[in-house]
Design a protein around this ligand. Structure first.
Ligand code: C5P
Length: 443
C-alpha cells in the first residue's frame, strides 16, 4: 500500500515538502513550522495521551510546546508509556497531576476520569502505538487512556509512531481507515529513519508540527463554531462607586465568570466585546475590551455597544447604589455618617432588554435563598431571554474558581452541575447558542 502524508499541512510546509527528499522530511519540520501561528491553542484544555514506544520521549517536547502556546495540558499515560518516560517528567512539564491508571484512588479524588474526559476540549494521542490504534478502532476501554477517549466528546487526533512494517500491516491500515471515517485526525506518521535502524513510514510527526496542526484545527473549529459571525456583548466584574478620592463602594466579584464567558463565546466563533469593571484578569485573545469603573460608565459603554450586538450577557455585579455625590476631598472621620446618602444605579440589563431592537438577553442572578422563584421573577420583570442563577454565600459563587448554575427560560430549565468556571461557561454558551438559534430561526 502506498504511503502518503495524511494531513493537510499549511502553505510554507507544503511548499518545502514538494522540494524535499521524503526520507529527510523530519529534518526540516522544526524550522519550517517554527514560525507557525499557535494562537489557536490559547486557553484550550488539551488532554495528551501518551502510549508506549520509544517516541514517548517526544511527547515531553509536545507538552512544552502546547503549554508555551497557552494551552492547559493534562497527560494520561498508558502503562507501557510509563516504562519509557516517568509520570513525574510529564507532571513537571504540564504543571498538573499526571494519570496513568484507571484505578488510582487518590487521582480519582482529585479529578475523576469522567471529569477529566469532560474537561478535555481536545484529545491528542502522541505517540499512538499500533495497539492503542487497534483498541480505539474497536471501542475497547480496558485502561485509562482508551476509557477517556470513549467517554469524551472532544475531537480526537492521533499521531501514530511504530515500526514501518507494523504501520503498513493491513490490520493497522484498516484500523486507521475506521478511525478516519469517524472523524479522527491522523497526524503523520513521517517517513524516515526509525529507532531499529530501519527506514520507512512510522516516525512520530515532530512535536512542533503536531502543535501547529492542533492550533489550525482550533482556528477552523472556531470559524465554523456555533456562534460563527454572531456578535456577543458581555459585561463583567464589579463596579466601583467613588465615595471620595480614596474610597469607594464595591463588591467581591472577580470577573472570572464573565471572562470565561468571553473565552467560551470566542471558542464558539463569536465576535466578542467585553465591558470590564475593575478586575485583575487578562483579556481573552480576540476580544475587544472596554475598561470602565462605575455603574454609570458601564451603562454608557454597554448601551452604546448593544446597538451592534446580537447577544448581550450581563455577568457584571453592578453596584446597586452609589453615593449621591462623590466628595471632591477625602472625608474626615465622623463626616461619613452624616454625608453618605446613597441613590440607586441604573439597571443596565433591564435597560438593554427594554429596547425596541434588542439583542438576545441573558442575565445572571446571585441569590441567597428561593433560587427558582427569585430567578423566574427576575426573568419576567427584566424581560430576559435566559437567566443563569446561582446560590451565593461566603465561599460560593462570587470570587470562587468553580460554580453551579440553574438556567431558566420561558418553557424550560437546565441545571449545570458544579464545575470550574471555564467549563461551566462552555456549557452555558452551548445552551445560549441553541436558544438564540431557535429564536432567530423562529422555531
Ligand atoms: O436584580 P439583580 O441585581 O439581582 O440582577 C442581576 C442581573 O442584572 C445581572 O445580570 C446583572 O449584571 C444585572 N444588573 C445590571 N445593572 C444593575 C444591576 C444588575 O445590569 N444595576
Amino acid at each position: 500500500m502506498a504511503w502518503k502524508p495524511s494531513i493537510d499541512l499549511r502553505g510554507p510546509l507544503r511548499q518545502r515538502r514538494a522540494n524535499a527528499n521524503p526520507v529527510s522530511l523530519h529534518h526540516f519540520l522544526p524550522s519550517a513550522v517554527a514560525d507557525m501561528d499557535l494562537q489557536g491553542l490559547q486557553h484550550r484544555r488539551i488532554l495528551l495521551g501518551v502510549s508506549g514506544g520509544i517516541a514517548a520521549y517526544k511527547a515531553c517536547e509536545l507538552t512544552r510546546r502546547l503549554r508555551e502556546a497557552g494551552a492547559e495540558v493534562r497527560v494520561a499515560l498508558t502503562a507501557n508509556a510509563a516504562r519509557f518516560v516517568t509520570p513525574l517528567t510529564f507532571q513537571a512539564l504540564s504543571g498538573q497531576p499526571v494519570r496513568a491508571d484507571l484505578w488510582d484512588e487518590a487521582a480519582e479524588m482529585g479529578m475523576g476520569h469522567l471529569e477529566l474526559a469532560r474537561w478535555a476540549q481536545r484529545i491528542v494521542i502522541a505517540p499512538a502505538s499500533a495497539d492503542v490504534i487497534a483498541k480505539l478502532a474497536h471501542g475497547f476501554a480496558d485502561d485509562l487512556l482508551t476509557t477517556l477517549c470513549l467517554a469524551s466528546e472532544a475531537p480526537l487526533a492521533i499521531a501514530p509512531a511504530m515500526n514501518h512494517r507494523m504501520w503498513r500491516h493491513p490490520a493497522t491500515q484498516a484500523n486507521i481507515a475506521t478511525l478516519r471515517t469517524r472523524g479522527v485526525a491522523i497526524l503523520g506518521p513521517e517517513d524516515g529513519p526509525l529507532a531499529e535502524g530501519e527506514s520507512g513510514p512510522g516516525r512520530l510527526m515532530e512535536p512542533q508540527a503536531i502543535a501547529a496542526v492542533l492550533a489550525q484545527q482550533e482556528s477552523t473549529a472556531r470559524a465554523n463554531g456555533r456562534l460563527g459571525g454572531v456578535r456577543v456583548l458581555i459585561d463583567a466584574g464589579p463596579t466601583y462607586e467613588d465615595i471620595d478620592p480614596v474610597r469607594f463602594l464595591g463588591n467581591r466579584s472577580s470577573g472570572r465568570m464573565g471572562f470565561a464567558m468571553a473565552q467560551a463565546a470566542l471558542d464558539a466563533g463569536a465576535q466578542v466585546t467585553l465591558v470590564a469593571g475593575p478586575v485583575h484578569l487578562s483579556t481573552p485573545p480576540g476580544a475587544a475590551r472596554i475598561d470602565v469603573r462605575s455603574a454609570r460608565e458601564m451603562r454608557e459603554a454597554v448601551v452604546a455597544a448593544a446597538v451592534e450586538a446580537d447577544i448581550f450577557i450581563a455577568t457584571a455585579a453592578v453596584a446597586d447604589w452609589r453615593p449621591q455625590q462623590a466628595s471632591a476631598h477625602k472625608l474626615k472621620k465622623g463626616q461619613a455618617a452624616d454625608t453618605l446618602s446613597l441613590i440607586e444605579n441604573p439597571d443596565i440589563l433591564a435597560e438593554v432588554a427594554a429596547r425596541a431592537n434588542r439583542p438576545f438577553v441573558v442575565g445572571f442572578a446571585a441569590e441567597t435563598k428561593d433560587l427558582e422563584r427569585n430567578a423566574r421573577e427576575k426573568l419576567a420583570r427584566k424581560k430576559l431571554d435566559v437567566i443563569a442563577a446561582n446560590e451565593v454565600g461566603a465561599d460560593r459563587g462570587i470570587d470562587t474558581d468553580d460554580n453551579a448554575l440553574h438556567l431558566y427560560w420561558n418553557g424550560g430549565q437546565q441545571m449545570l452541575a458544579r464545575a470550574p468556571k471555564p467549563q461551566l461557561a462552555s456549557a452555558l454558551i452551548d445552551r445560549i447558542a441553541t436558544l438564540y438559534a431557535s429564536r432567530r430561526d423562529g422555531r
